[in-house]
Design a protein around this ligand. Structure first.
Ligand code: ZN
Length: 196
């Protein structure tokens, strides 16, 4: 799971980050414009330090509410579509990485993007949909180094920076997309955790 894409699965399926689509971007831009304009209206119509709502500002507030709702629905639909599609591939087990969401939220460059992805909701949906279909749901341990292990030979890197989008193994020479590599490791998680 991530910011670049919502989810990358070990069967090769990639689920996009809906917040990067033109549709969502346009709505967010429009929302920001309306918010600026309504706060200008509040400033203009102050009476003795108190905000007096005008018919125009009430109209703008309604438009803002509707846009918020529309964005919420788009994001929620995307999560439902994604989680439904994953369980409909009928895996025996779904292994999901444990994201350090609180840690990511502390990074102010990431916080907004992380919040908009709705990872907790994604997990909640995946969990109950797996239960519905009789699929085992496993969360990998927080410290399982799914990104650092080579899915081809099992070598584990000491360091892997976030900017390295390609996993390049210095032992076996394999070159593979970073997230796809991690997803393959996660798909083997249960077995590896049982044997070690
Ligand atoms: Zn390797």
């Amino acid at each position: 799971m991530g910011i670049k894409q919502l989810a990358v699965c070990s069967n090769g399926k990639v689920y996009k980050n809906i917040n990067k689509t033109e549709k969502v971007r346009r709505k967010e831009k429009k929302l920001r414009r309306l918010q600026r304009s309504v706060s200008r209206k509040y400033e203009m119509n102050k009476e003795g330090g108190k905000v007096v709502k005008t018919r125009n500002s009430i109209k703008l507030e309604k438009k803002i509410r509707l846009l918020h709702r529309s964005l919420r629905n788009i994001r929620s639909n995307h999560l439902h579509q994604t989680t439904s599609e994953i369980v409909k591939t009928k895996p025996s087990t779904v292994v999901m990485e444990t994201l350090n969401i609180r840690g990511m939220m502390r990074n102010r460059h990431l916080a907004k993007a992380v919040a908009k992805q709705g990872f907790y909701e994604l997990k909640r949906q995946l969990k109950y949909k797996c239960a519905l279909y009789g699929i085992a749901f496993v969360e990998a341990g927080l410290w399982y180094p799914s990104s650092k292990i080579c899915s081809s030979c099992g070598h584990k890197k000491d360091k892997l920076s976030l900017s390295e989008r390609m996993y390049e193994c210095e032992v076996c020479g394999v070159k593979i997309d970073r997230d796809f590599n991690a997803s393959i490791n996660l798909s083997r998680y249960e077995k590896s955790s049982l044997t070690s």
